[in-house]
Design a protein around this ligand. Structure first.
Ligand SMILES: *Cc1c(COP(=O)(O)O)cnc(C)c1O
Length: 391
């Protein structure tokens, strides 16, 4: 009897030439890491974000690992990382046998520049070109900046601190493919192209997908070559089995690249649809009964990957709203649990995390698929407004 349609949080959208391109790959019998579609997809992403090259890999996580290795993260180092993010942004630090120092967020949910500066200034010292953490004597070699939900982090504030203290910048742009600055010193620059190395993800829930996959871009041409080398078992030449370091099996497959080529043709359309649906929700939810829609950094064109409702001033709690939505067959979710509280990271250093703790309890992500219809979004709005009504 219950015919109410399930509305998912975020699902892939294969409305383009996916089947045709995947079929090409199957017919050609190039289904693994060889084949013409992988370099074609690398070029398509590089062109899209305005970089000379891009290196494809089999996930955003493997891309982040390659980025950390190439940025010079060594065993025993400290790496600055956000506590309010997906854990895949942090685990690659440990893959390099380094440890994170967890930094809080600003109101964009991105890494808080004030906390980064305070840590570098008060807790560290520069010896020559190397930053050391005074209490432990450990080297601080890099920072991992996440552009949360497609909203750009404060790169204008973060980059000068990184340069002053000689810290490599890894941009985790896994959620932010297509976001760019429209104003300021980085006008025209895409998320992922501002620091030393940037990483995109094509996991199933991201703005475009290859099933699983990632892509790395860098402002150091020799890093790109090295990351590709590491991703393909560090094989010294195509025709021999000579390996000059420990490599990885991290390359994207031709099948996945086929999906990616069809998806990137639609990316600008996906981003426009996200804007349309965000605006639809904003008009109907923002300011209603203590609800607030989290906004986007001024002077940017965000991809608006995920939409967040801030429950801070609502009489209804985050978990209560999620429960009511689920009862109505609408999928939503809270923001991630803080990483410094996760078992593998107990006892890590933390700096300025108060705001991250606060936001963690307030945010609900609501359906935002690129195929979401106004009819379905209207039902989401109705259920939310009903849930937060004063009784
Ligand atoms: C999705 C995501 C990753 C990992 O990407 P995968 O392709 O799933 O490995 C890393 N960091 C953040 C912030 C993400 O959202």
């Amino acid at each position: 009897m219950d015919q109410v349609k399930f509305i998912p949080l975020s699902v892939p959208n294969f409305g383009g030439r996916e089947k045709e391109y995947v079929n090409d790959a199957v017919v050609s019998e190039w289904v693994s890491t060889g084949g013409s579609k992988v370099p074609a997809f690398e070029k398509a992403i590089a062109d899209f974000v305005g970089m000379p090259t891009a290196v494809a890999c089999n996930s955003g996580t493997s891309g982040l690992h390659l980025a950390m290795l190439t940025a010079g993260v060594k065993p025993g180092d400290l790496v600055l990382a956000p506590t309010l993010t997906f854990i895949a942004a942090v685990n690659p630090i440990r893959y390099c046998f380094a440890d994170p120092v967890f930094i809080g967020c600003d109101d964009s949910l991105g890494m808080d520049p004030a906390a980064v500066r305070a840590f570098c200034e008060n807790d560290c010292e520069l010896r020559g070109d190397t930053l050391y953490h005074k209490a432990t004597g450990r080297r601080v070699s890099a920072m991992s900046i996440v552009h949360v939900f497609g909203n750009l982090a404060d790169m204008e504030a973060l980059m000068p601190i990184a340069r002053q203290y000689h810290i490599a910048v890894v941009e985790d742009a896994t959620e932010a493919l297509g976001s760019y600055y429209t104003e300021g010193v980085y006008a025209g620059k895409f998320a992922g192209t501002i620091g030393d190395v940037g990483v995109y993800s094509f996991n199933g829930n991201k703005i475009m997908t290859t099933g699983s996959g990632g892509m790395v871009v860098t402002n150091h041409p020799e890093w790109a070559a090295h990351m590709k080398h590491l991703s393909t078992q560090a094989k010294s030449s195509p025709d021999s089995y000579t390996h000059d370091e420990v490599g990885y099996n991290y390359r994207l497959t031709n099948l996945q690249a086929a999906l990616g080529l069809a998806q990137i043709e639609q990316l600008e359309g996906f981003i426009s649809h996200k804007k349309k649906m965000y605006d639809f929700y904003f008009e109907r939810l923002n300011g209603k009964n203590g609800l607030r829609m989290l906004g986007w950094r001024p002077g940017t064109r965000p991809n608006r990957w995920f939409f967040s409702v801030d429950m801070k001033d609502s009489a209804v709690s985050r978990d209560e709203l999620i429960r009511i939505l689920a009862e109505n067959k609408i999928q939503s979710r809270s923001i991630w649990d803080l990483i410094h509280e996760q078992k593998p990271y107990h006892g890590s250093l933390t700096v300025g995390i108060e705001k991250a703790v606060d936001y963690q309890n307030r945010i609900v992500n609501i359906p935002c698929s690129t195929s979401l219809s106004e009819e379905d979004a209207a039902r989401v709005v109705e259920v939310i407004l009903n849930a937060v009504q004063p009784r």
